[in-house]
Design a protein around this ligand. Structure first.
Ligand code: DOR
Length: 462
């Protein structure tokens, strides 16, 4: 006998299985259409989507309340600090933050301690994530700047190690991961066949400008950061990455595009093997944010001008930019309270990215289907993640139910990430997740977390 199949997600333990019915929702389909109906999950997969799906007495119900049901967000660039920097964030706090933000899968960067530069370090992250990550996970392997881990980047090594891609920091430090020597960059592009994701800022130019603009011992205002790491530093590196990709016929993904000049360059020089992304910060914040936020607004690549916001938005709408990533890079509030240049660069993002983008859609700047394509379908396609990013029968039941009507103010106090702050504090947004479902398991519902929810290792087509 079923007494009350409605899920109170914080209390269901052990989880009864991966069957679920999501009832009375507006379904955002992969062709962009929207229709009222219900969705049935069997064994973690979408088994049926229909306007008149009969109620199944043996399957728990997530009441949709007429809200929009979308595929879960796949965030293709995050820095989760685990292992080594867990005072800032760890895989538990980060993946809970993902649940709150509707993110059901993430691809994490190698700048941890130790850095993810070999199979053992990658396996250690996979093991830790298998034990604690509330959402699905994948990890990059980093290219060492001295070329010492080329053997870990060969096709055989990356295939067996199951990295989602090779990360190359062309500039901005990061110890052994700083890969700014053009000869080593060339060797990395010539080794293996996995997608290479680049942080495109030119280290030589940054160092020269730092020497010219930053007087040792002084603490200039934080907006000096955008002067030192200027748009030319970004364009130079982006052009070089394109050259390398073309010469070696290599899959290239340019991370967090930040300038209009890069977007305009890519508009006419983007070969089929190249994809790119933009963050909500680079779309919606600009140098004026330093006044309000000080070094909290400091990130790499830096915030630019309002004009850049507009050009990046246009490139996204036109399909020059393929997808959205958060570059979630949490630092403690104390670290961010230090003056420039002593504060670390980076901002958190997984909790706010979806409501920010859905609020833009509700304001008429794009469609809901655009947001879903940029945040779910395209990341899955770019990284070759099968059966994800779409509301279709047979796909994995990674879902987010969002409320497009209730306006809520972003508050530091609501942040679940260990860092406890957000650059968007004070913004009034719609599109907050009501529930987040990970392969049929309700991980988050109406403010409560299911601590038994676990994601699994993302698979990547060769
Ligand atoms: O601002 C940034 N912070 N950009 C990056 O690419 C790295 C990140 C971090 O890990 O803190």
């Amino acid at each position: 006998m079923v007494t009350d199949p409605t899920i109170a997600c914080a209390h269901v333990s052990p989880w009864p299985g991966r069957d679920l019915q999501v009832r009375d929702v507006s379904l955002l389909r992969s062709d962009g259409s929207q229709e009222p109906g219900h969705l049935l999950v069997r064994d973690g997969r979408i088994a049926a989507i229909a306007a008149d799906l009969p109620r199944q007495d043996d399957v728990p119900v997530l009441q949709g309340g007429g809200h929009l049901l979308m595929p879960g967000v796949i965030d293709p660039q995050v820095h989760f600090r685990d292992p080594g920097l867990t005072r800032k964030e760890d895989l538990i706090t980060a993946s809970r933050a993902c649940l709150r933000g509707g993110v059901t899968g993430y691809l994490e960067m190698p700048n941890t301690i130790p850095p993810t530069v070999n199979r053992a370090a990658l396996q250690a992250k996979l093991d830790r994530a298998a034990a604690v990550s509330r959402v699905h996970y994948g990890f990059f392997i980093g290219a060492c700047g001295d070329g010492s881990n080329l053997a870990d980047l060969t096709s055989e090594a990356t295939a067996s190690g199951q990295a989602c891609g090779v990360k190359m920091f062309m500039g901005t430090g990061h110890g052994v991961l700083e890969c700014s020597d053009p000869e080593v960059q060339e060797q990395v592009f010539a080794t293996g066949d996995k997608l290479i994701a680049v942080h495109a800022e030119d280290q030589q130019r940054i160092l020269a400008r730092r020497a010219a603009l930053l007087e040792p011992g002084t603490e200039p205002a934080a907006d000096c950061h955008s002067e030192i790491q200027d748009e030319q530093a970004a364009l130079l590196a982006t052009r070089r990455a394109l050259e390398l990709s073309n010469r070696h016929g290599r899959r290239l993904h340019i991370l967090h595009l930040s300038t209009g000049i890069e977007a305009e360059h890519l508009r006419t020089h983007k070969p089929p093997q190249v994809t790119t992304e933009v963050t909500p910060q680079h779309l919606l914040l600009n140098r004026s944010a330093y006044e309000r936020l000080g070094t909290r607004a400091q990130m790499n690549p830096p915030l630019r001008s309002e004009r850049d916001n507009g050009l990046l938005w246009q490139a996204l709408v036109d399909g020059v930019i393929d997808c959205i990533a958060t570059d979630h890079a949490p630092h403690t509030a104390a670290e961010k309270a230090r003056p420039y240049p002593h504060a670390p660069s980076g901002m958190p993002g997984v909790e706010t990215a979806l409501p920010l983008m859905l609020s833009q859609a509700m304001a008429g700047r794009c469609s809901l289907a655009d947001v879903s394509r940029w945040m779910s379908a395209r990341p899955a396609e770019i990284y070759g993640i099968p059966a994800k990013g779409r509301l279709e029968v047979g796909c994995d039941a990674d879902l987010v139910l969002v409320d497009l009507e209730t306006v809520r103010t972003v508050r530091d106090g609501d942040v679940v990430s260990k860092c406890g702050w957000t650059p968007f504090a004070g913004w009034e947004l719609v599109g907050w997740p009501v529930a987040t479902v990970v392969a049929g398991i309700v991980g988050f519902e109406r403010g409560r977390f299911n601590e038994d929810c676990r994601g699994s290792q993302l698979q990547f087509d060769p």
